[in-house]
Design a protein around this ligand. Structure first.
Ligand code: SAM
Ligand code: SF4
Ligand code: F3S
Length: 454
């Protein structure tokens, strides 16, 4: 890829919202901007290109973007007073969902990019700079060629642990979800390309890779000759052969795609972490059907048993939505009952949010906001109970922890256990990117205290 020199716009600030797939995209946009001569800065006030990569999953997430744009607009106005220019780019799922509408609502935004077109950003910036009469400001196509084919070499932008997008988009169309519309149809990145990318990340000190996508359990990557198709289980096994990689995770999966082969991979490969994130959304078959989830609570429990038989110490985490249209008290009780059966050790739970353009948003039987809030509170109380009980059961054990960041307190560093618990300890930042033996000494709901053993 030829390197261009984009004058006057050389300091770029990139802010990422949303899921790990978005974070991966943000890192790749940073790769792209650096490749085209930009220097990355960590505060928007130092930048003359501000790029915000957005999330549209719930109303609150989407609205956040407009308050951020308000802040960036002030900075832009101040710079303009001094005769300097600032370009504001909105990328990602809100950009994709709103397109032209976003520039109408926030004309201060210079460029709107969808989730599949960010590789075209340098060209759009160049045209804008040249005041090209054909410069286009909104780019939300789903191009035939995947964006990944147009990106420079990957650069590890986190210490020790990173995400790697293996799959994009979704064909499942759950009735509450905007993702099939914001990320487009399912696409799996080629197998050999991913294995090579994992090797490059490992050479840059990455020990833990999280394989990301909206439906990774439906991964069907082609070989370079195009004749063979590989599954997620096969990809995990291949990445496990890379010497420097010590841990493999993947997210998100869908109960419809889960196979015995995947459970066996957890059993056979110690590098595939014993923590399985499998969103269930609801424990009620009636709600699951209205959500178009295409699985039942019985199938979910079967998968739970299958993975437990393969790896007895495996732990489950999940995503839940409460207050889906038409959800009755009994439906909600069924969700609580499922939580009691599986004893999830980590979870993300949300009140249902109406997303424009999705079928559930126009359902007549919307659950009142205060009832949604009350159910969410009851569900979270139960989820917290199981998370805390599990954390407490580990106190006294010695576990490997991968340290990656500073804690809030002076001298404190934080890492992750195999089960993704945050483990806090007092130690030098020189341990960043290393896996240490840690004795767990205390337990909270969402984290644990530890002591490094020498
Ligand atoms: N592909 C994953 C799956 O099949 O469950 C979900 C990915 S989605 C990006 C992450 C989570 O956001 C979902 O699991 C769901 O719990 C939540 N979510 C999606 N749409 C939502 C909505 N309209 N309101 C509330 N939460 C929602
Ligand atoms: Fe959304 Fe359902 Fe697709 Fe997950 S499987 S991304 S919840 S539509
Ligand atoms: Fe949000 Fe888009 Fe991810 S809507 S959760 S950033 S796929």
């Amino acid at each position: 890829m030829a390197k261009k020199n984009l004058e006057n716009t050389q300091y770029a600030y990139v802010k990422s919202h949303g899921c790990n797939a978005n974070l991966y995209d943000s890192h790749r946009m940073m790769d792209l901007l650096e490749h085209h001569g930009y220097t990355l800065v960590d505060e928007y006030t130092k930048a003359n290109l501000i790029l915000v990569n957005t999330c549209n999953i719930r109303e609150k997430a989407a609205e956040k973007v407009y308050s951020a744009i308000g802040r960036y607009a002030k900075h832009k106005a101040e710079k303009q007073k001094k005769g300097e220019s600032v370009i504001i780019v909105v990328a990602g799922c809100v950009g994709q969902a709103e397109g032209e509408m976003m520039r109408e609502r926030a004309p201060v935004v210079d460029i709107v990019l969808g989730s599949q077109t960010y590789h075209q950003l340098p060209e759009m910036l160049e045209r804008l700079r040249r005041k090209d009469p054909d410069a286009y400001r909104v780019n939300t196509q789903f191009p035939l060629e995947p964006k990944f084919d147009f990106l420079p070499k990957v650069k590890a932008r986190q210490i020790g642990s990173t995400s790697m997008a293996i799959q994009e988009g979704c064909d499942k169309f759950c009735t509450f979800c905007c993702v099939p519309y914001t990320r487009g149809p399912e696409y799996s990145r080629p197998f050999d390309v991913l294995v090579q990318e994992a090797k490059e990340l490992s050479q840059q000190g990455i020990k833990e890779i999280s394989l990301e996508g909206q439906n990774v359990s439906d991964y069907r990557g082609k070989s370079s000759c195009g004749r063979k198709t590989y599954s997620l289980a096969q990809l995990c096994r291949e990445i496990a052969n890379i010497e420097g990689i010590a841990r493999i995770r993947y997210s998100s999966s869908h109960p419809r795609d889960i196979t015995q082969e995947l459970a066996d991979t957890h059993r056979d490969c110690a590098k595939v972490m014993p923590a399985f994130h499998l969103p269930v959304q609801s424990g009620s078959n009636a709600v699951l059907q209205k959500m178009n989830r295409q699985h039942t609570r019985e199938r979910y429990l079967e998968i739970f048993d299958m993975f437990k038989s393969a790896v007895p110490h495996i732990k489950f985490s999940s995503d839940f939505i409460v207050g889906f249209p038409g959800e009755t008290e009994q439906d909600f009780e069924d969700t609580l009952d499922l939580v009691r059966k599986v004893e999830f050790t980590r979870s993300y739970s949300f009140a249902y949010s109406q997303r424009p353009g999705t079928p559930a948003a126009v359902e007549a039987l919307q659950v009142p906001e205060d009832l949604k809030k009350e159910r969410l509170w009851r569900l979270q109380e139960l989820l917290d109970h199981y998370e805390k009980t599990f954390n407490e059961s580990l106190v006294g054990q010695v576990v490997p922890v991968l340290f990656t960041r500073k804690g809030r307190r002076e001298g404190q560093i934080v890492g992750r256990s195999c089960y993704l618990q945050s483990v806090y300890t007092e130690a030098s930042t020189e341990l960043f990117g290393t896996i240490q033996k840690v004795e767990l000494v205390s337990a909270g709901v969402h984290g644990m205290g530890g002591k490094i053993l020498r």
